[in-house]
Design a protein around this ligand. Sequence first.
Ligand SMILES: [Zn+2]
Length: 183
Amino acid sequence: MKKEKWVTNINCSNLNLSPFIGWKNKMPNLWDQPEVPHKGWQWVNTEDLEEASETCQMCGHENIRYVHYMQHQDYSDTLGVGCVCAEKMSGDYTNPKLREKKLISKMGRKQRWKSRKWNLSRNGNLYLKVEGIIIICFQFKNGNKAGKWGYKVNDAFGKNSYNDVSEAQIASFEDFWKLKDGD
Ligand SMILES: [Zn+2]
């Protein structure tokens, strides 16, 4: 799978400077604007867009896949930026890379999740035990969800219902990850 190639030997500058990036700066480069703070930004969240589709809102470079959302008390907007800018803006040259690595490992796990060997229980549920966490996908028998699929991760039921079991399996991964990761 194409996406898994990203998993090897990741580092920040490779991501932002990879050769297939077009260097057309459609967005302004805020580093050139003195009224935009250059330091003291706080990290809010990091998101994996699953493809390199975004433009860094700080420097204007394109093809960012992992977006670091940054806030500053003297700037009204939250900026979605690439790893290199996230480092410079926060002065933290460690955690932005680690956050990307974590998202990469999460994506790898997610891709393997469905193809895991799920066990079939006597009553037709699929279940897994991973790192001490039990995941069960089950079909609703009664009520307005009858026929649809749901899941349970340890004691917590998933919020939604799904038309087929594979959707429920994939959805259960996010809850598993949150539980495992504690965030
Ligand atoms: Zn940037």
